[in-house]
Design a protein around this ligand. Sequence first.
Ligand SMILES: C=C(O[C@@H]1C=C(C(=O)O)C=C[C@H]1O)C(=O)O
Ligand SMILES: NC(=O)CC[C@H](N)C(=O)O
Length: 815
Amino acid sequence: MHSTDVRTLSASASTKKNVLYLDAYDSFSNNVISMLEENLDVKVTVLTVDSEWPNGDMRGFLRGFDAVVLGPGPGHPECASDVGIMNDIWTLKGEDLLPVLGICLGFQSLCLSEGLEIKRLPCPLHGQVHRISVLDKDIFTGIQDFEVTLYHSLYASTGCETLATPEDLDTDRFSESGNLSFLAWLSVKEADSVYRRLPMGARHKSKPFWGFQFHPESCKSDGNACKALLRKWWAASMEFNRTSEHVVRPLSKDKLISTLQIPDVQEILSRILDQLTAESSKTCFHRSLPLHGLYPENIFELFNTPGSPSVLFQSNGRFSIMSLSSPRTWRLEYSVPKKTFMIEELGTITNTTTYRDISLETLWQVLKHVMDIKKVTLGKDSIPFWGGFLGYFSYEMGLAGLSHPKTSPVVTSNAEDSSFTQEDETSAPDASLLWVERSIVIDNVLQTISIQSTREVDNQPGGWLETIYQKIEQFHSRTSQVVEIGHKSAALEQYSLLTSAERELIDQLLQGSTVKIPDETTYKSQIAECQEELKAGESYELCLTGETTITLPAIADARFRKLRPWLIYKKLKTYNPAAFSAYGSLGKVKIASSSPECFLIWDRTSTLEMKPMKGTVRKSPGMTLEKAKEILATTKEMAENLMIADLIRHDLYGICGSGNVHVEKLLDVEDYGRVYSMVTHVKGIVDRSTAKDSKHDSMAAYGLTTLQRTLPPGSMTGAPKERSCMHLDRIEGWKRGIYSGVMGYLDLGGSGSFSVLIRTAFSSSDNEDAASAPKPEVWRLGAGGAVTILSTPQGEWDEMITKLRTVVSIFEPAK
Ligand SMILES: C=C(O[C@@H]1C=C(C(=O)O)C=C[C@H]1O)C(=O)O
Ligand SMILES: NC(=O)CC[C@H](N)C(=O)O
């Protein structure tokens, strides 16, 4: 059992009515809460289903509320740990009775408590939109049949649900069972002349209990009908309270606020603030010049020696952001299994300090403090990065931040062997960030180069900014001189992304590499395992992935060994350009990424944006955007994306609060180079005036809190996120590491941008140990896709291979 942790989504306390929401760890809970707060004049208080009743006194606690909503969730209503304290609600009687609305799992729990059998559907309905038939009764009075989104594998059996003709469905012949009256139905055709009639809405005949099997909060449910229905439920509930003995006495606020443990971050913070970042000022000094057709990579090569700690990150197809070293450059790493926080100073002598037994919460607190205290207030407005951190967070970092990291009841069988706890020498750190005071940002749209530094001395006449400016100008004039004296093609060749000499070199350096892709039979059996969990109601969608390893030959010459990862990146960028191409060299980790997927972008004032991608079509010969749209307009593909769209809305509502999240684009098909993908675009606005923790009300802190609460990316897990992660961890049995994590920047001006690390290869082979002979270098890359109940083993295998091919082909020498 969890100790009581009560939270609220809306920040404003007032005379509003109070609703208690019992959260069964669904990834749509915040959507339900926002729907309640946006449409009824209520304030919602949340209690997770595995909580104890505050002070062990349910009756006393419930007296503080006008109504209770039991949310949706994974699992089965018969499983005590899935529904937890929902079960207690059905024991209420007499003056303790208060209005209750059960949604999906909550509805099934109501039906179960009234003696109905909960059965499995022959084919679960996840993310599917259907029109339900409603009776003109009770809270459905005056409401016409309407479309709703469904997310269920189980249903409440009325004992007479199989029918021969659909006509039977429209009668209200079967509208009662024991104490329940059924108010809405869905007929699903199962075979010729076999229809199943599923109850979609019910109310208790003598108690103020209602329930919906559908999800009124989904962005594809008929919003107007669902709002009208909700208001009718609320009116009926208030009428009940007016005439009943249930007296609401609002709880004192103090009782609700659990104490936040502030970890001891002082030692690490003073090291960072007093020493490592002491020379970074509040201004980002800059110089700009035109790009003149150069590639960002050409400029990166001018200032970064191969293998030195550096990052090049292209954000959203527009800005290429690169780190440049400075006298006080340093970087940090955090390891989840080891609980270590490492700081490495990168001056002339590398100096490393490791802090042990550091919690994940401490890492986030340190980052928020550093970003706040070192905030930069002046810089070139059009440039989204003025300095700060560049780097990544792993998938396991996200797993460790979930509510039940590895101790969830669903993974008791092999929790100890969970891949999440494994650690070996090829493991990459879970967070790796490079502190960047000096940077170059290229605006690929305006075709400008901005040289930037937060170090005041760099701005002096003849200082670093001028020196770099001149070097780029000289580089420009070298390029254009060659062009003028008539060797145009040679010049362009020299400064193209991958020169022919480099092409030859990388081919040589890749000779003899071996590739090990996932085993087809195993992968297909994993798809079947995923579908078993979907049928059991444990998940609505599982993003299954497999690992491919590429072993590259050992290279004796250190120069070439250090150059190879960069050439791999350049080759990847050449053949697979993507909106979030990225290169990273951070300690032993090298990353070459061609991610098309935006995870999270936030600006310096108030906007957070997420763009989950789901649904992929290969650009085979003859494939067009129009055809891809047709292919992706199927129930299967739209359901896949919709589930993640609703999950992302929930994630953003958790940060922005009710009324502040909007779907800008739903299920849009776009061109992503080698594939067409379906994307959804969700925006949230934060209201900084209501920040609960006034110490951290900056956009940087909001962005970091959003990362902290929304990792790992929902598009890489499935929904509900937490339960899906637990099953994937068991089924996949490998540590995803950097794949499925996120990469990007934390800007000292307040903004941030992170991509989802897909179509990405990385290596954490430590190859720089001078004492030992050079070893082969292992690169890892993952690929996968969302498994739903409508997936086929062959279809999913093909999709995984299509995605894998976009990156693995880079490692194959030309001949
Ligand atoms: C799992 C991958 O991609 C994820 C799954 C997608 C899908 O199921 O269509 C699309 C983009 C990503 O969110 C991958 O590329 O390896
Ligand atoms: N969305 C839900 O609440 C799902 C309830 C239950 N786990 C089912 O699959 O039927």
